[in-house]
Write a protein that binds this ligand. Structure first.
Ligand SMILES: Cc1cc2nc3c(=O)[nH]c(=O)nc-3n(C[C@H](O)[C@H](O)[C@H](O)COP(=O)(O)OP(=O)(O)OC[C@H]3O[C@@H](n4cnc5c(N)ncnc54)[C@H](O)[C@@H]3O)c2cc1C
Length: 390
């Protein structure tokens, strides 16, 4: 029997699991296939890379995700500690500078004397299959929604079931300097709502004076909004394979699909103008697009809620119709991607242990949890149970 625990996948869940196990004085071998091989969404060599939005959602304790984060802080989560250290302004949400965040975690993990990082894709050599590894000791599989094909095939073997897919989407990012700030204005929806008693003049002065640089807001009038929606629903999307036309996760619906549900869907959804006043007109906008800061230096911003499947050229054409983005420089376009997950409720016990193999655990989004914070938190059950077995 090994005197270490094997963790496969150096993403959010894998790093948290490795760290929590190592904290108890137990050795960990952490396998990460980057930088030798990259999934379609990962692009840098660091551990715990966050691939889309830089937001870990709300910090408020009245919100489920805010409460979960607070519990993780109390439990001394490495990843939430690093997120707090590398946060960027985002109102009541916890958003991070993604580069700084994964750099910091990589440093913490690599400097931990109980953790050995092995850059290798698990599943491609006969010796490093999950079956072989689990004969020798405990293995935690935390390879995420984009688990490599070879490993996914092994998971089918050990679970005895087909993989299940659903599809998800990521939003585009633009440079700050390309946004027309004569049209755009700074502000946080909730801050504005709290201060809505003040007059327009007072508000304009405050916006001018205050460093309220959380979100950049792009107001739209009725005509601009309707023209935008018309182009959006008729824009060309990438060709989908038959298997890609299956379910799409409702919470991450591509914007063009949402727009097809009805002319008002977007302005009651991601383009809702609630709580804002357009400083140019002093009136409430008909619709409003929000851009969220994406790096510490506030040089790039993501389009909130704009996950999309449009062809890149079409993204440039249609999103540039949004007032303020007419000259936008896109540093990243939105993409669709596959999500792989197992049927956890049937396959795992309450500690994420595979019912048919006492030595195999799963953690992170591959178990069916959705989102950064949820993936981080999912490691606790498996990590704690593994610790207890040593
Ligand atoms: C395109 C995209 C957009 C997303 N957008 C959001 C969002 O906006 N907000 C949000 O909260 N969540 C989002 N998610 C989900 C988010 O990525 C996950 O919740 C989170 O990253 C899952 O953490 P994880 O540790 O389970 O997997 P990951 O963070 O993906 O980590 C898995 C790691 O395993 C490695 N790996 C894979 N196969 C192997 C192998 N065979 N051998 C060794 N290593 C391997 C990968 O390289 C990766 O580093 C998005 C996911 C994708 C793919």
């Amino acid at each position: 029997m090994n005197d270490y625990i094997t963790v496969i996948g150096g993403g959010l869940a894998g790093c948290e699991a490795a760290y929590q196990i190592a904290k108890k004085g137990i050795k960990v071998k952490l396998y990460e296939m980057k930088p030798i091989k990259f999934s379609p969404a990962h692009s840098n060599g660091n551990l715990a890379e966050i691939v889309c939005s830089n937001s870990f959602k709300s910090n408020l304790h009245t919100n489920a995700c805010g409460l979960l984060k607070e519990e993780l802080r109390i439990l001394e989560s490495l990843l939430i500690k690093c997120a707090d250290k590398t946060c960027v302004p985002a109102g009541q949400a916890l958003a991070v500078d993604r580069e700084e965040f994964s750099k910091l975690i990589t440093k913490e993990i690599k400097e931990n004397k109980n953790i050995e990082v092995i850059n290798e894709e698990v599943g491609i050599k006969s010796k490093n299959t999950i079956e072989e590894m689990s004969k020798e000791g405990i293995v935690i599989i935390a390879t995420g929604p984009l688990t490599s094909q070879s490993l996914a095939e092994q998971i089918i073997k050990i679970t005895g079931q087909d993989r299940l897919y659903f599809y998800d989407a990521a939003a585009p990012i633009v440079t700050k300097e390309s946004i027309d700030m004569n049209i755009a204005f700074w502000g946080d929806r909730y801050k504005q709502e709290r201060q809505k008693e003040e007059s327009i003049e007072e508000w304009k002065n405050r916006i001018k004076n205050e460093e309220e640089q959380n979100y950049i807001n792009l107001p739209m009038n009725k005509e601009e909004y309707e023209k935008f929606c018309e182009e959006l629903v008729n824009a060309e999307i990438v060709t989908l394979h038959e298997f890609e036309k299956r379910e799409i996760f409702e919470g991450c619906m591509p914007i063009e699909i949402m727009a097809k549900r009805g002319i008002d869907t977007l302005r009651f959804g991601p383009l809702k103008p609630v709580g804002f006043t357009d400083p140019r007109t002093g009136k409430h906008p008909y619709a409003l697009v929000q851009l969220r800061q994406d790096d510490t230096n506030a040089t790039i911003f993501n389009l909130v809620g704009f996950q999309t499947n449009l062809k890149f050229g079409e993204q440039k054409r249609v999103f540039s119709m949004i007032p303020g983005l007419q000259n936008a420089e896109f540093v990243k376009y939105g993409v669709m991607h596959r999500n792989t997950y197992i049927n956890s409720t049937e396959l795992l016990d309450e500690t994420y242990n595979l019912k048919t193999n006492n030595n195999i655990y799963f953690a992170g989004q591959i178990t069916g949890v959705e989102g950064y914070v949820e993936s981080i938190s999912s490691r606790f059950s498996s990590g704690i149970k593994c610790n207890k077995r040593f």
